[in-house]
Design a protein around this ligand. Structure first.
Ligand code: MG
Length: 252
């Protein structure tokens, strides 16, 4: 797919660029930061970061990052904009969910105990969830690890991402928090961009409400698809230029 020829996407984007109040919602990993071998090494794409910073500096334009990472982690990676962590459980304008941290600790202990003999498994503890990374695991072990994760998960919600199983506390997902964001910001138009399974909650919740863009391959409920981060950079730069020019004419 040649994204620069994607006429429908370009036309809708041009329309969004002149909306009275524009909201941009973006996932972090795999969307504005390239996927890396170790999740702790992930970095914001520098050029995208600059574009997003400029967009968020425009009047009547808000940029929010909606990630599965904890808020504290996300703050280290994206220092300049509005952040929502833990798939919506950590949101500055919604009450923090009452979570029993003993549950997380107990789950972590069990996972450590039952997965300790599998080489390459990496557990990542977050505030409201635990990620089991298996990018470096032997292929024949993947299924066995999956069975253990499923058996131990209890009432945690399991989501399969890119070489990761995520077990998170039930209660809120990216779809719920994005709908709350539309209300909170009072936007007249919005865009959501994501690349992975947990973004599908947002794509579905935002149907007929928001422009939704999936980065990369795979089944999706999003309206549009872009092949990679470079193509996202291209269209957001275009949006920035158009909104910058339109800005004098933006209706209140
Ligand atoms: Mg992602």
């Amino acid at each position: 797919m040649n994204f620069s020829d994607n006429g429908k996407l370009a036309a809708e984007l041009a329309q969004l660029a002149s909306s009275a109040k524009l909201l941009l919602m973006l996932d972090f990993d795999g969307t504005i930061s390239p996927i890396v071998a170790r999740p702790q090494d992930a970095q914001l794409d520098q050029d995208l970061g600059k574009i997003l910073e400029k967009l968020s500096a425009l009047p009547n334009t808000e940029v929010w990052i909606v990630s599965g990472r904890s808020l504290a982690d996300l703050k280290e990676k994206v220092p300049f904009t509005n952040l929502i962590g833990s798939h919506g459980l950590e949101c500055p304008f919604l009450n923090e969910k009452e979570i029993d941290n003993d549950d997380i600790l107990q789950l972590k202990n069990k996972l450590e105990k039952f997965l300790k003999d599998f080489k390459g498994v990496q557990l990542e503890e977050k505030k409201y969830s635990i990620s089991v990374h298996y990018r470096h695991v032997a292929a024949q072990d993947e299924e066995k690890i999956k069975e253990i994760v499923e058996r131990l998960s209890g009432n945690f919600v399991i989501t399969a991402g890119k070489k990761v199983w995520e077990l998170r506390q039930p209660g809120r997902n990216k779809g719920d928090v994005c709908l709350a964001l539309l209300q909170h910001t009072g936007c007249t138009a919005s865009i959501y961009v994501g690349d992975d399974v947990t973004d599908e909650d947002a794509f579905q919740a935002l149907q007929n409400k928001s422009m939704t863009i999936k980065i990369g391959d795979g089944t999706t409920a999003a309206n549009y698809r872009l092949p990679n981060i470079e193509s996202l950079r291209f269209i957001l730069k275009k949006l920035l230029d158009q909104r910058y020019i339109n800005n004098g004419q933006v209706e209140e």
